[in-house]
Design a protein around this ligand. Structure first.
Ligand code: SF4
Length: 361
């Protein structure tokens, strides 16, 4: 079992790969990825979504290329995308080859559904020539037949064995510019499979819980699965898969990473759950403040607390904080009380002070 070193998670030592200028593995920060939900053949819509993802903090984007039209659109998307683009390929080796021709920085394949080992090797040889990163994607929904027969179902060992098997082949073919993802919708299987793989190689891992679901339940499932893996030091890139606008995945990803001290981006709001001591409409104050702070990238800890029990303590520990009381609140900045605010000015004054802090670096 891994232990914390000085309250920091000790990350698994992995080799470094370079995906279109974004370094993954080694000592690099854990990279946040997402996938577009537009039809890739709709170049403008796809680029508009990539731009929004990039603004939210996405560092690598994956696009689906299920048809010829999508492949044709890929060149223009790669050229104009502000972040490296991975082409997601299933079933057709020729699409992987064409995607590389179009300049994709990375290819995601599930070698088990590409048709034959020869075809996978052809893709690997081309990637080698072009300096393209491959992601071997192993998924519980599309495991090789022989492994399903051997294990009876997509167990953790079945998934890990599939990933290890392909990794060994890639290395035997003289290719090391790849990473692996082992995903399943069952959290425990997914965690265990990643752990089994991680213990046996130094290959970078892309982590996530696939088909995690919609809204709150998807966020919870992803946070639990990804959180456990990160705590074990596993994960060099990640995606939070949610049903809906992919931009929402980015905020959740940074919140997971931030809560484990692995990366910081944007405002972290610490607020109490409220109880019978509360004298202020705290949920309203918090949601109004949150709304005003959208888009801030500077890492800042903001405490908004309901009363004097834990309020001053938390507000003092944050970069800036409010400890509310009846009709008024103490405003703390860097551990010191700087003023007393009336209830009607709490939100506006706190937001003004935060924006000032952001402006002054
Ligand atoms: S800070 Fe005060 S109001 Fe908030 S939960 Fe604690 S005791 Fe209750």
């Amino acid at each position: 079992m891994r232990v914390l070193q000085n309250n920091f998670i000790e990350r698994r030592k992995t080799r470094e790969i370079n995906l279109g200028g974004v370094r993954i593995g080694g000592n690099n920060p854990i990279v946040v990825q997402s996938m577009t939900s537009t039809k890739t053949r709709d170049v403008e819509k796809t680029l508009e979504q990539i731009k929004r993802l990039h603004e939210a903090g996405c560092e690598v984007v994956r696009v689906a290329v299920p048809t010829e039209e999508d492949i044709e659109a890929l060149g223009e998307i790669v050229k104009r995308s502000p972040i490296p683009v991975i082409a997601d390929i299933h079933f057709k080796a020729e699409y992987a080859l064409k995607a590389m021709e179009k300049g994709a920085h990375g290819i995601r394949i599930n070698p088990g559904n590409i048709g034959s080992e020869e075809k996978v090797r052809e893709i690997v040889e081309e990637a080698k020539k072009k300096g393209v990163v491959i992601r071997i994607g192993v998924n519980s929904g599309s495991l090789e037949k022989d492994l399903l027969e051997k294990y009876g179902s997509p167990t953790a060992w079945a998934l890990a064995e599939s990933a290890l098997r392909w990794s060994e082949k890639f290395e035997r073919w003289g290719f090391s510019n790849f990473k692996v993802s082992i995903k399943g919708s069952d959290v425990l299987t997914c965690v265990e499979a990643n752990k089994l793989f991680a213990e046996r190689t130094d290959i970078p891992l892309h982590i996530g819980i696939t088909e995690a679901g919609f809204g709150e339940s998807g966020v919870i499932k992803s946070s639990v699965g990804i959180g456990i893996l990160l705590y074990m030091g596993i994960g060099d890139t990640l995606r939070v898969s949610l049903t809906g606008d992919p931009v929402e995945e980015i905020e959740v990803a940074y919140q997971i990473l931030g809560s484990l001290g692995l990366r910081k981006r944007g405002v972290e709001i610490i607020s109490c759950p409220t109880c019978g001591r509360i004298e202020v409409d705290l949920p309203k104050v918090v949601s109004e403040v949150k709304e005003h702070l959208k888009g801030i990238k500077k890492p800042l800890k903001v405490a908004i607390m309901g009363c004097v029990v834990n309020g001053p303590g938390e507000a003092r520990e944050a970069d800036i904080g409010l400890a509310c009381g009846k009709g008024r609140a103490l405003l703390f900045k860097k551990g010191k009380v700087v003023k007393t605010l009336k209830e009607g000015e709490m939100v506006s004054e706190l937001v003004r002070e935060i924006k000032e802090m952001v402006k002054n670096g």
